[in-house]
Write a protein that binds this ligand. Structure first.
Ligand SMILES: [Zn+2]
Length: 309
């Protein structure tokens, strides 16, 4: 029986505005973009001068624009009108506080930053794809994501506590004409292993090599290294060697890469059988070639006549 309890529809909760101290007061939605007009939830302190403690007088308003989480695949912008105050005694001028919604001078909301970090690290999207979905410049997205990646890491000295299962993976950070730039991402998989939660980002280090991961492991305390039991990784042998040299942990392939390696083996076999039977590469219309996707699909997902393959 469906026991879902419904409340009235509310843009503030759907778009995560309530957690950022904002209230939506209007919307402009086209097939290409969504703009949400917002105001700041008033703070009792906001109208008082921080210099002299006297009451400020209203002095107009200004608009700040922040890229927000894209909804319905549309870049979504917050159009925030901030009230401005002036102190009649010391002439100080200030606006409403936006700290809950974004970093100082940021172009991305806090929600957008979190969304971008997850898109990059978990969903393995490129920075250019993320920038496109946020409708911001590549550099804006890249700088914001790097800062956001570092901020919770540096601010939280306990982030290495209780880690027993590590994940290490490489990401193409930027495609360049002179080759790709890589970043090595290190993740705490202990909550996933224990079934108590989701993976946690531990660190991001520029480059991908045995040396990068080895240096990172060496900069940890011996006691911390001793408690690592498992390191999950892709097929890159450098990470495996670094693990064997620095830790007493078991190196395992993560499921994503196991499935991909298995799929690669099936494809290589199909191509070899094709050559042996016909003496040429698979062509359109040939049974083995037509079955190439079905062969890579899990048995439970294959339907209809394709099950006979
Ligand atoms: Zn004042």
């Amino acid at each position: 029986m469906d026991k879902t309890i419904f409340t009235g529809p509310d843009l503030n909760t759907v778009c995560g505005l309530d957690g950022m101290g904002l209230t939506a007061v209007g919307q402009h939605v086209t097939p290409k973009e969504a703009v949400l007009a917002c105001k700041v939830v008033p703070d009792p302190q906001e109208g008082w001068c921080r210099e002299c403690g006297g009451p400020g007088t209203p002095a107009g308003s200004l608009v700040r624009r922040l890229a927000h989480i894209p909804y319905g695949n549309r870049p979504t912008t917050l159009h925030i009108r901030l009230r401005r105050f002036r102190c009649p005694d010391c002439h100080r001028v200030w606006t409403q506080d936006l700290t809950a919604a974004c970093e100082p001078r940021a172009k991305l909301s806090r929600g957008a930053l979190r969304w971008a970090l997850i898109a990059l690290v978990v969903l393995k999207q490129s920075v250019s794809k993320i920038a496109e979905q946020l409708n911001v410049a590549w550099n804006t997205a890249n700088t914001a994501i790097l800062d956001e990646g570092k901020r919770p890491l540096i601010d939280d000295p306990t982030r290495f506590d209780g880690v027993r299962v590590l994940g290490v993976d490489e990401h193409v950070w930027r495609h360049t004409r002179r080759g790709d730039k890589y970043v090595t991402v290190i993740i705490d998989l202990t909550p996933v292993y224990d079934g108590t939660g989701t993976a946690r980002l531990l660190d991001m280090v520029e480059g991908r090599s045995k040396a990068v991961f080895k240096d990172w492991l060496q900069s940890r305390l011996q006691a911390w290294r001793d408690q690592i039991e498992v390191v999950a990784m892709d097929g890159f042998t450098g990470f495996k060697t670094a693990t064997q040299e620095e830790l007493n942990a078991v190196a395992v392939l993560d499921p994503f890469h196991v499935v991909r390696l298995g799929g690669d083996a099936v494809t290589t076999t199909r191509q070899r059988v094709q050559q042996e039977l016909h003496g040429h590469r698979g062509r359109k219309g040939e049974p083995l070639y037509m079955a190439r996707q079905t062969l890579l699909t899990g048995e439970g997902l294959v339907v209809g006549e394709k099950q006979s393959i």
